[in-house]
Design a protein around this ligand. Structure first.
Ligand code: PHE
Length: 343
């Protein structure tokens, strides 16, 4: 009987190693360690043995059962792991994660692309690690300007603080005004839009992030005026919010425009004041202005002959207004409860 046990052990181990899927493994389990499997069957026979043999065979038989059970668990684990890229396991993971979808910022950015493209703007893209020259100097922001300080700007190398030589994480998409004209050899008349990521050393709270997205616009021709700007931007916001929206301009200062203004849009959700516009009926949406002659010169465009407008707004802010999001930090939280609402 001892020999029978040994043979059984050999046979069971041999067959186990050739089990290649869950089905074969289950058949093996039933055949060997199941209730009426070979090991149980053998152990049932010990009742006819002497007490001494009963003890020895019983002990060895149970040891074999334990060993085979352990082997079975190991094998099960190996097969499950192997099939987790396909088959049963993979299906259950996929159900858990749900169908993928775009991030709300991506959705808003696509919408911005789409509307400006329909208004005749071409789309440009440029570097997030930017030369200080493009982020500041060529935009008429001189070396001593406070915005260049380390307080606002992530420096990639320390030369950036004073000189035009250094690299920074761009603090605005405005360097794309000059870059796109250079890179695409644009000659007036042209209109270009450049959406992208920007970085600022902000103290992060519900309305400020150190990383966010802007969209930069630039339109130049012999006759481009503030009236053109007003028409384009009113059309953009009216289309975006699917509501009749007007804009108003408040005087403001940016070194690369003259005159410069803050742009407010009439609240797309109410006529009399609501939570979104903080009961003021207006929402601040972007900075803008007529391109400064020095900046036109830096684009190799003759400021005596051509003029244009430029504007820059935050995609995050648009998305927050559009979807009623009250905390900008949610965009980067990776919280699926937040993200799933945009599928
Ligand atoms: N770059 C400015 C900002 O980030 C916005 C702006 C763009 C203002 C173009 C005027 C013209 O605040």
């Amino acid at each position: 009987m001892e020999q029978q046990l040994e043979e059984l052990s050999k046979k069971a181990n041999g067959e186990l190693s050739s089990c290649e899927d869950a089905q074969a493994l289950e058949a093996w389990r039933v055949a060997y360690i199941g209730r009426s499997g070979a090991v149980s069957e053998l152990l049932r026979g010990i009742k006819d043995l002497s007490d001494e043999d009963k003890r020895v065979i019983g002990k060895n038989g149970n040891a074999l059962r334990r060993e085979l059970e352990e082997r079975y668990q190991e094998k099960l684990h190996v097969l499950e792991k192997a099939s987790s890229g396909r088959g049963v396991q993979a299906t259950s993971y996929d159900l858990e994660a749900g169908v993928g979808h775009l991030h709300p910022l991506t959705l808003t950015m696509s919408r911005v692309h789409e509307i400006f493209a329909s208004l005749g703007f071409i789309i440009a893209d440029g570097p997030e690690v930017e030369e200080a020259k493009f982020n500041f100097d060529l935009l008429n922001i001189p070396a001593e300007h406070p915005a260049r300080g380390e307080g606002d700007t992530f420096m990639v190398d320390p030369l950036s603080v004073n000189g035009a030589e250094g690299l920074v994480l761009r603090t605005q998409t405005s360097p794309m005004q000059i870059r796109s004209v250079e890179a695409m050899r644009l000659h007036p008349p042209f209109s270009v839009i450049a959406p992208g990521r920007v970085f600022r050393k902000e103290k992060v709270d519900a309305t400020h992030e150190s990383t966010f997205y802007q969209f930069e616009g630039l339109s130049v021709s012999e006759t481009t005026s503030i009236a053109d700007f007003k028409f384009i931007i009113e059309t953009f916001f009216s289309t975006f919010f699917n509501a009749e929206v007007t804009i108003r301009l408040r005087p403001s200062y940016f070194p690369f425009v003259e005159p410069g203004f803050e742009v407010d849009m009439s609240c797309p959700f109410c006529k009399t004041g609501c939570k979104v516009c903080k009961y003021s009926k207006w929402i601040e949406v972007m900075g803008a202005g007529m391109v400064h002659p020095n900046v036109l010169k830096n684009m190799n465009i003759d400021p005596e002959k051509y003029q244009g407008f430029a504007f820059g707004g935050a995609i995050d802010r648009l998305a927050m207004i559009q979807y009623g999001i009250n905390d900008i930090r949610l965009f980067w939280s990776g919280d699926v409860r937040f993200l799933r609402q945009f599928s």
